[in-house]
Design a protein around this ligand. Structure first.
Ligand SMILES: [Zn+2]
Length: 411
């Protein structure tokens, strides 16, 4: 399916030109003025394409093009238009623009499509303004309650619900995404694999599960000059040793296991006192339930053992857990077939990042398409994707819709 490259390019430029930082980054924080302008543009493009526009109670916007069979379940596509504070041009926006262009191109081609085609812009995917991420898709899939999200405040104390009202995007609960035949989310990879290996498309089979641990090690704070090395209970030395060991263990565990220690904090934080207490975080990800459990068990055992050797005690609490996501085999198959027929160099891949699709996967049949991120850069002004890959991903989105329309997708 040929798409209109010129139109696609112009629309990217319009949205990306709305709020640009000094470093060239994009700054459409969820429901800020630039995000609202982008949303208004999207709505105008929906109307131009003859799509029905609705907004749900979380502020997500839906454009709907009717299909030929009123009994067929709709096919939905989507992603998000909000960005990080100094974000790139394609995170989220690619899925919304590719989805819209694919739908409009299909309409213009005159192809007979049975299903209604729906495009969604999910509110606050990034979690940069209102924490945590994926709030709107999270409410729809039952992860969070609406009231809890409505009361979340940004750093200036402004409430989510008040911003929905201010921007004119507080819609109705009845407009939420209902049952669909498939939900397909095109996205940039935000990692280096496709680019490094020279592939054009990632056929996403699922997403890594996440376990988050808060680790607090307690040793003994004491004088830096009078306490011989052999007589210390240095909590930071224990933490450092434990971190290196659990990271090495993760490497040995094998791909796609990843482990990150994003925060470390030593107390009493004085240059001439041996650290008595150290906190560090562990973010652990893997693609199978059994593997997650095993890696978590090994990680905890290594931390405990290491602390013992330093005469320190340790307290480990789980602050977050998300199961690995497995996308719908038929949808994954439709993406794969369409990519192969188009002669694209595509591989199966697992998403290391969270996406709205991962939450929607809890309640609807889901698939995703990845295009490469140059050098794997994302959430920064350097984020980029070759234009030919943006076009290929958009055309593949259209081809996949045509396949899904004919496919039987079990529920
Ligand atoms: Zn995103």
């Amino acid at each position: 399916m040929k798409i209109n490259e010129q139109r696609l390019k112009e629309r990217f430029d319009r949205i990306n030109g709305l709020a640009v930082t000094d470093e060239g980054g994009k700054m459409r924080l969820a429901l800020n003025d630039a995000d609202k302008e982008g949303r208004d543009l999207l709505v105008s493009w929906f109307k131009e394409a003859g799509m029905e526009v609705t907004v749900d109670d979380m502020g997500s916007i839906y454009g709907r093009l009717p299909g030929s069979d009123p009994d067929a379940l709709p096919i939905a596509l989507g992603s998000h238009m909000d960005t990080q504070p100094n974000g790139g041009p394609y995170d989220g926006l690619f899925g919304v623009m590719a989805g819209l262009e694919a739908i409009v191109s299909i309409k213009e081609s005159g192809a007979d499509i049975k299903s209604d085609l729906i495009l969604v812009d999910w509110t606050n995917e990034e979690g940069a303004r209102f924490v945590p991420p994926m709030l709107a898709s999270g409410v729809i899939s039952g992860q969070f309650t609406r009231e809890w999200v409505y009361d979340l405040k940004d750093v200036d104390g402004i409430r989510y619900e008040d911003e929905l009202e201010r921007t004119g995007y507080k819609g109705d609960e009845k407009n939420r995404l209902g049952d669909v035949k498939a939900y397909l989310e095109p996205h940039i990879e935000q990692g280096p694999v496709l680019d490094a290996e020279g592939h054009q498309i990632g056929i996403v089979t699922g997403a890594l599960g996440i376990t988050g641990l808060d680790v607090t090690i307690r040793g003994e704070a004491n004088h830096a000059g009078t306490t011989p090395m052999a007589m210390r209970k240095d909590a930071l030395a224990a933490a450092s040793d434990a971190i290196l060991k659990i990271q090495a263990n993760c490497v040995e565990f094998g791909e796609p296991a990843v482990l990150t220690n994003g925060i470390i904090n030593a107390q009493p934080a004085s240059k001439n006192i041996i650290p008595g207490e150290v906190y560090f975080s562990v973010d652990l990800r893997y693609h199978t339930d059994e593997g997650m459990a095993e890696l978590e068990k090994q990680t905890i055992a290594i931390i405990e053992e290491t602390c013992k050797a330093y005469g320190a005690t340790v307290d480990i609490k789980q602050y977050w857990r998300a199961k690995p996501a497995h996308f719908h085999e038929t949808i994954v198959g439709c993406v794969e077939e369409a990519a192969s027929e188009a002669g694209l160099d595509a591989i199966r891949i697992i998403s290391g990042a969270g996406h709205d699709a991962v939450f929607i996967n809890e309640v609807q049949p889901v698939g995703m398409i990845f295009v490469p991120s140059i050098k794997g850069m994302s959430h920064c002004p350097q984020e980029d994707t070759k234009w030919e890959d943006i076009v290929a991903g958009t055309e593949l989105t259209a081809d996949t819709i045509l396949k899904l329309d004919k496919a039987e997708v079990s529920r």
